[in-house]
Structures are given as structure tokens and as C-alpha cells.
Design a protein around this ligand. Sequence first.
Ligand code: SF4
Ligand code: SF4
Length: 439
Amino acid sequence: MQVNEIAGKIKAAGVVGSGGAGFPTHVKFASKAEIFLVNGAECEPMLKVDQQLMAKYPRELIRGIELGMTATGAREGVICLKAKYKAAIAALEPLLPSSMRIHILKDVYPAGDEVITIWMATGRRVPPGAIPISIGVVVNNPLTLINVARAVDQDMPVITRTLTVSGAVRKPLTVTVPIGTSMTEVLAMAGGVTIDNPAYLDGGPMMGKLVNDINQPVTKTTGGLLVFPADHILIRRRTTSMEHILKVAKSTCDQCGLCTEMCPRHFIGHELPPSLIVRAVNYGDVNRPSVLLSALTCSECAICEAYACPVDISPMRLNMALKSQFRAEGSRYVGELNDADPMAEHRLIPSPRLVTRIAVGQYVMDAPLEEDGWRPTSVVLPLRQHIGAPATPVVRPGDRVHRGQLIADMEEGALGVPIHASIEGEVTAVTSQTITITR
Ligand code: SF4
Ligand code: SF4
């Protein structure tokens, strides 16, 4: 199969990175790489998506890697996962061609941060502000590659999403639902909540975003819906005002430096020093402007906030605010890749220790995969489920659509992917942001 044909089918099917911010996959497949890496680390406690999909769909995953290697010219495919994903390893091992291997990652956080995954699996280090392809590596998530195989071999568009529903719910599970299904319905599948003051995270406990509207739809990038009491530390941190964060930082930071020592970007050789950013923000100490600008290279892994700082300061939130400001100004960070910390390997956080530190022990449990065709009566499909420009609707209210039909397309040359109907029914609303389909 020709490279252009692979990329064209992936784009037409609307495949985006399912493990991150939704970068269009056809763009990654258009690069030239030496190593094609699969990030199956799933290092966020409580999430159980990739490990189960790798076990259930090993052939599609390997096919997706083959297509990726063909498109990028990579000579080696490396599937990174953890030893505890035994079912996935048992399913994949007998099928591996000689050009692919499994790399067992330590059970640590943040093994799934792609920069750290690459470092752990290959020893290569992505320079600050750069992307993996700059060092010859392309990284994709297992579900993305399963979607690639389906797009190329079956012309199947991306119309479902698999996510873990866990935490304070009656029946934790991992479900595959039509994209656009409301989170309320997904919660119902998990038997509903078990507490009277629930708060919700979209994603894992470390990097998940607070859900402000539980009726919001599942999108191509929704990997988890986690429920915690509203007064849980993970929720309180996310609802703390910036004013309070600045006050605490100014009054309590003793510059112990632990946040910098444990910052994964810092210990592999990036400048990013969260402790010095806190100091610069507190006292306007900007002798080295690159210190503040290095906030642009923060991965928002939350280690500084949730694990390292002994006095509950959030350097990450400061970084997030700085990033918005710098991006609005069009500022860029340019910095060297320094030597890695000789203790780097020992600074990764063992998963059991992380679970205890962030107080989610009672919520870490099985969430078995169920894919028995949940049929929502209506779905709301956002036009932007990916990095880049939103898709443009090609349907109108009153149109009948079938499952998998194109309903919003991308302009030629724009960064993004089309959107497809995830259920059969009637288009009941089209706005500048969403399309609603009702059975
Ligand atoms: S969130 Fe904190 S620990 Fe993580 S990369 Fe950013 S500064 Fe470093
Ligand atoms: S770990 Fe906390 S107290 Fe120590 S330098 Fe960082 S922000 Fe300050």
C-alpha cells in the first residue's frame, strides 16, 4: 500500500491521537522515523483502557504498527507496556513479526509521558520544546493504532471511544460507547455514583481535567470518567483559585527544590526548574528569562503539585498560567538539552507509592471491558475533537444520517480531521460547535 493511500484513509476516517490532545494521526504518519513506538504504559492509576484493548485486539494493533512503519519508514516497532499487563503480553507475543518487539517499562509514573516513554524504551531524549520526530521517533497510543488498522483495512471511521468509568461508582467498568454519548449516560452504565457530593474528572487522577458539566459528551480523546467526593484532595486542588495558589506559594515556599529534583522533564536534562519558577513568580526574580519561559515545556504531569511539594504548593498551576500568557504573546522557548540527572531513573515514582500519596487506594480496582453496544438515544458531536481547526458541518437539521456517515469535513490543507455520525438518526441541531443526532 502506498504511503499517501494510508495517510489518506486515516485522515478520511478521522483518526486522532486517542491518548493525548488529539493530534491528527495522518500528520504523524507523514513523517519519516527510525523507531515506531507504541505507548501502552497507561501509567495513570485507575485507567484500564489500553491494557485491555491490547489484550483483546492484538492483531489490529500489530496491523496498525505495520501500517505506521510502512508510512514512516521506521525499521523497528516497539510496544511499550508494563509487566503487569499479562493478558496483553500473552496476546501480542505470539503475533510479533521480527521487526517488532515488546519493551517492558517499570511500573512507575509518568512512564506514559511520551518523552519519558521514549527515554525509558530507547535511551533517546527529546530536547526541550521539540517533538519526538526530531530524534527519529514517532509515538502512538494503542487505541489510535487499532483505529488506524480499522480505517485502512475496513474503511471504518472513528465513531466510538473506549473509556474507564471508575472511582465512587457502583460498578467500575471500561466501556466502548458512540462518540457524543453524554457522560451522564456513561455513569449510568457504571451503576451510578455511590456518594452524595460527587465531582468528576475527565481522564486520570493526575492529569485529568475537572468536568464542569456532567452532561458533556464523550469525545475521541476521553480516556476516563472518574468520580471522587468533592472534598477529595484531587478535586480541591483543581478548584483552588489562582489567587490562593499565589498566596500559598509566596508565604510557604522554602525553596527546598524537591519539585525540581522530581520534575521528569528536568531530570532528563531539560531546563524546566519548577522551584525557580515559583521563586521568579513570587519575587519577580527574572535574571534568567529562560526560567519563566521554560514553563512552556511543562507536561502538566502534576508530580510537583501532587507528589513532590511538602507544603501543597502547585508549581504546575503557575506553569499553566504562564503558558497561556506566553502562548497569547506568541513567545517561544529555546533551550539546550543538558546532561540527565545521574539519579534520574530513581526519581520516577513507583505506582503503588503514587496511589497512596494521592489518596486513591480505595478506588484502584478492576474495571472490566464491556463493549455490548450501548445505544444512546441522542449524541452531541463536538466539531473540534482534535488539535487544529474545527470541522465544518456538511449536514443540516432534519437530515437523516446513517452510522459512520460524514457529517463535518475539513478544508483542504487545514490541520484537523472530519467527524462522522456515531449513531443512525436525524440531525436535530447544528451549532458553531456541535452537531446533535437523535434516533
Ligand atoms: S507538572 Fe511539574 S513536575 Fe510535571 S513537568 Fe510540569 S513542572 Fe515538571
Ligand atoms: S517543593 Fe514546594 S516548597 Fe519546595 S521549592 Fe518546590 S514549591 Fe517550594
